[in-house]
Design a protein around this ligand. Structure first.
Ligand code: ADP
Ligand code: MG
Length: 225
């Protein structure tokens, strides 16, 4: 299964979403504020424990949204500099190590060096973290994620992120990157949208190979310097 994502409709939607993001954050804040107010009033402890629990869940959700969107909407090309992708991959692995260990997932990296591109390193890392996080989450029983980074003959830098997780049907792959598309119980459905937007802003390409029950491979091609 093979797909190239280049979709004007998706990018149009993305540009309309800024106000929706604000709402995504404001909503949990208002719910939590309301419950804090109620906690000041007299009432049973059992009820109050419910208020606290809902508030924690709301704040966790807001945190997920922020994490998936961290670099969204920042200026695009003005903040580009020379970035060595393998170095950034190593940083990303360090950032996500605690999470992957907790999920019983081993990350195996095969990185060369001298993979230079023009990019905002923050955004590049955000893009990889969102894809890597999904790879880890696709293996509820644990497993291995393979990451490779290399230069291609035709002047691109290729990053591959492969998992042995639940995989996707063709329809599911086609839905990747659509705002709020998520099959997870408490997913945001924003991570892929942000990653694809970042790849697009780097004039890159992404290909997704996935097989239900076998696993998924993301191949990201970014123009080298
Ligand atoms: P979220 O992770 O919050 O659900 P994302 O935008 O990051 O939102 O991902 C959207 C959906 O794409 C996920 O809910 C999942 O169903 C699917 N997906 C993404 N990556 C993978 C993967 N590596 N394996 C299986 N499914 C995936
Ligand atoms: Mg995700």
């Amino acid at each position: 299964l093979r797909l190239e994502i280049e979709d004007a409709e998706k990018s149009r939607l993305i540009s309309e979403l800024t106000s929706v993001f604000a709402h995504e954050i404001r909503n949990p804040m208002q719910v939590t504020r309301g419950f804090l107010q109620l906690l000041k009033e007299p009432g049973s402890w059992d009820k109050k424990k419910d208020y606290i629990q809902i508030s924690i869940e709301e704040l966790d959700r807001a945190n997920d949204v922020i994490n998936d969107l961290l670099s969204f909407g920042k200026p695009s090309t003005s903040d580009h500099k020379k970035v060595e992708v393998c170095t950034e991959v190593r940083r990303v692995i360090n950032i996500i190590k605690a999470y992957s260990m907790h999920q019983n997932v081993i990350i195996e990296a095969n990185l060369s060096d001298n993979c230079w591109i023009d990019a905002n390193p923050q955004k590049l890392k955000q893009c990889m973290i969102n894809i890597l996080k999904n790879a880890i989450e696709s293996m509820p029983e644990g497993g291995t994620v393979w990451i490779t980074c290399r230069k291609t003959e035709d002047g691109f830098v290729e990053i591959k992120i492969k998992d042995e997780g639940i995989g996707m049907t063709k329809e599911q792959v086609d839905s990747l990157g659509s705002p709020y598309y998520s099959l997870k119980e408490s997913g945001t459905g924003l991570g892929m949208m942000v990653s694809f937007q970042i790849i697009q802003s780097l004039k890159g390409k992404v290909r997704v190979h996935s097989e239900k029950g076998i696993g998924t491979e993301f191949s990201i091609l970014l123009p080298g310097t």
